[in-house]
Design a protein around this ligand. Structure first.
Ligand code: 5AD
Ligand code: SF4
Length: 488
């Protein structure tokens, strides 16, 4: 049970999304649902943009939809099972409305390919993460009575110049995708197979997107990539410069370029890889107040032998040294992580090492999972998935219990202190309360005792907390400055 709750925080309930129509072509209705990681939600905004140009408007109701697209996740078996459940339901709708097209996009499409058409007889379209520009064609193909598949992975596609349609947006925070794919080959992970080779997006298009968002009133962007630390522009994998007449850009430099868009624009990013996280990035974070002091640094396991089997490319000692570097350079930085319990061959002692590492680091936040064997991965080919499910589950419970203690202690440290927050909207629990997040990504809730609105920065004195939320009183408001910024 517990795992599911935490899993869902990360994976997100599917969301029905609203896209704007910007064309007067043939009017059709699209239902677009996203599952999985932030990257998938960001990709859906690209899909919405491509289809808005084709005259699609959106609906939340399958009964009304001409085309239903599920942007799927394949990271663990339970993610796929949820999507299969949804496909079963949509199939029952399609029996009554045979003209409705159903398409599977994203990682599950890439993993299962044509199998999805054969197994789920009612799926019309299978589209991998690098093939979204082909969607209008594929929809036409299905209109003509054919099944449509495009699961080609690309070494270049970054959808660099497509302006995403912001879906389910609060108008304050947005994602910007900076790279696609992953070259790491962690042995448990299906992502390198479903999202293909790593490639970085033109930095100028990233800065332009951040500036446009700022000028529309957004005040926080999260730069997304599977492994942001290996972002590189105009440099190949061997470190050679591709075009000597142009500048090269690494992740630290990109962070700085985005931070310079405006000091009123907050920057977050995810995900870092411990083997690649440089001090240069940490120094840039320390230098700019608008780069939030929060790092997601997945450890996966606290034992060096398990890390070796996972092919993570670092040891426990290396990881702890990186944590020391963060604390040294930014003493106020929050750290979160991902942990997998019950990986192939994990002994009780190795599991204890994960617990002791968590005790040492005391993460603000953690996403914790039982190992789920994925077809085609290195681990599936090389190791036996030999830890019984009950043992994986029990270890997961131990990890969760320890994490909850650690997080509560971390949250408490902020009580009695003034928090600079960006107001994002009303609190989930009460209309009279607003909420925002501090730099460390902790949610801060407070009664609206002064004139203020989403998009304003504010100082809130935290005088109480739950295990993960601060509760406080408004001290000061810094109204949103709506002066647009120009390119440098
Ligand atoms: N089983 C369990 N968890 C996994 N993750 C990735 N692959 C698997 C798997 N096969 C977790 C890792 C990763 C996060 C996104 O999902 O912790 O960091
Ligand atoms: Fe998967 Fe590892 Fe790449 Fe993350 S870094 S996407 S866990 S292969």
């Amino acid at each position: 049970m517990e795992e599911k709750t935490i899993d869902e925080t990360r994976q997100g309930e599917y969301l029905m999304l609203d896209a704007e129509v910007n064309s007067n072509k043939k009017q059709r209705k699209l239902l677009l649902e996203s599952y999985g990681c932030q990257m998938n939600f960001s990709d859906s905004e690209i899909v919405a943009s491509i289809l808005a140009k084709e005259g699609f408007s959106t609906t939340r109701d399958p009964e009304e939809a001409d085309v239903v697209l599920l942007n799927t996740c394949a990271i663990r078996d339970n993610a796929e099972q949820r999507i299969r459940g949804r496909l079963d339901y949509l199939s029952s709708v399609k029996k009554r409305k045979p003209d409705m097209q159903i398409g599977v996009l994203g990682c599950m499409a890439e993993r299962l390919r044509e199998k999805l058409l054969d197994e789920e007889k009612l799926v019309d379209m299978v589209v991998g993460p690098d093939a979204y520009r082909d969607l209008p064609n594929l929809i036409d193909k299905v209109d003509e009575g054919q099944k449509a598949v495009n699961v080609l992975l690309s070494r270049e596609e970054t959808y660099a110049e497509i302006t995403p349609v912001r879906l389910n947006s609060n108008g304050i925070t947005a994602f910007i995708s900076i790279m696609r794919g992953c070259d790491n080959m962690c042995s448990f992970c299906v992502v390198p197979f479903t999202r293909g080779r790593e490639r970085s997006r033109d930095p100028q298009t990233i800065v332009n997107e951040a500036r446009d968002l700022f000028n529309q009133g957004y005040r926080e962007v999260t730069l997304l990539g599977q492994n942001v630390d290996s972002y590189k522009w105009n440099i190949n994998n061997k470190g050679e410069i591709l075009d000597s007449t142009k500048p090269t850009v690494n992740f630290a430099q990109l962070l700085e370029m985005v931070a310079l868009v405006s000091s009123d624009l907050r920057i977050r990013y995810s995900t870092s890889h411990p083997k690649d996280m440089t001090d240069e990035v940490l120094h840039i974070m320390a230098k700019y107040e608008n780069i939030c002091k929060y790092i997601h640094l997945p450890v996966q396991s606290g034992n060096s032998d398990v890390l070796k089997r996972m092919n993570r490319g670092y040891t426990r000692e290396w990881y702890l040294e990186r944590i020391d570097a963060i604390r040294r350079i930014m003493p106020n930085c929050a750290i979160s992580t991902d942990v997998i319990t019950g990986f192939c061959g994990e002994t009780e002692e190795e599991h204890q090492d994960t617990l002791s590492l968590m005790e040492k680091v005391r993460y603000e936040m953690a996403f914790m999972f039982k190992y789920s064997e994925r077809p085609k991965t290195l681990a599936e080919r090389k190791f036996e998935d030999d830890i019984p499910d009950e043992v994986k589950g029990r270890r997961l419970q131990e990890v969760i219990a320890l994490q909850m203690q650690g997080a509560a202690q971390r949250t408490k440290q902020h009580v009695g202190k003034v928090q600079r927050i960006l107001i994002e909207g009303t609190s989930k629990k009460s209309e009279e309360h607003l909420q925002g997040r501090n730099s460390q990504n902790i949610v801060v809730v407070f009664p609206k005792t002064m004139d203020c609105a989403p998009g304003d920065y504010a100082d809130v004195l935290a005088n109480d907390c739950t295990s993960v939320t601060l509760i406080g009183e408004l001290i000061n408001v810094y109204p949103r400055n709506i002066e647009p910024v120009k390119s440098l």
